[in-house]
Design a protein around this ligand. Structure first.
Ligand code: CA
Length: 226
């Protein structure tokens, strides 16, 4: 059964072209020009993923994202936001609201397809067991708080390990500094954003050849890939 992608986008030409391309890639696709129509359809049939434009005629895409992520039934539906270059604040906010990824308009269909496939893959395979592997060389052991690169134990502090584990368990997804702080320090806001950068720098130094797996997304945050 092919996965159903919902495209919520009011630019009809763009929606049609994107839909056509995704169908060629083997997806089932439905397009919605307004949020309201999308919500009505959602009540009947749950898509496997939503590509969500942020500027819709009847509703802000961020509010659509917030509604989905607050709903018991719909929060598990992955969301990829489609934003304009100028909407960087919205992009960060969208990720904070729980969107899984974003593409910046004008995006290539190839890029969108790759992102859709990656997000679907992650949502299908939540990490099993106590081990998380990243790329070919890096393995994290949740229970023992250990990271190994090519079998060799890395000398990480517990903070470095926790940051790495957090990024690795949400692989491919960009986390803002704010999200990393929230996840690891809760609401003890004594830790500053800059602290994350320092930990990540130290972490990268210790990762050696695997350092390139931890990527800095300028103006947004960090992610681990592949
Ligand atoms: Ca729009």
């Amino acid at each position: 059964m092919n996965e159903l992608v919902a495209i919520v986008e009011d630019e009809a030409d763009l929606a049609a072209l994107t839909a056509e391309h995704l169908r060629r890639e083997g997806f089932r696709v439905e397009t919605f020009g307004e949020a309201e129509r999308f919500f009505r359809a959602l009540a009947k049939k749950k898509p496997d993923l939503v590509v969500l434009d942020l500027m819709l005629p009847d509703m802000n895409g961020l509010d659509v994202c917030r509604s989905l992520k607050r709903s018991e039934d719909w929060r598990s539906i992955p969301i990829i936001m489609a934003t304009a270059r100028a909407e960087e604040t919205d992009r960060v906010l969208g990720l904070e609201l729980g969107a899984d990824d974003y593409v910046v308009k004008p995006f290539s269909h190839k890029e969108l397809t790759a992102r859709i496939k990656a997000v679907l893959r992650r949502s299908r395979n939540p990490e099993e067991g106590g081990q998380v592997s990243v790329g070919e060389d890096l393995v994290l052991d949740r229970e023992r708080f250990e990271a190994r690169c090519k079998g060799k134990l890395l000398d990480l502090t517990s903070t470095e390990f926790r940051i790495l584990l957090l990024l690795a368990s949400k692989r491919g997804r960009v986390l803002t500094r704010e999200q990393i702080l929230d996840e690891l320090w809760g609401h003890e806001k004594i830790v500053l954003d800059r602290t994350i950068d320092v930990h990540i720098k130290n972490l990268r130094d210790k990762l050696g050849p695997a350092a390139s797996l931890v990527k800095n997304i300028r103006g947004v945050g960090y992610k681990v890939e592949p």
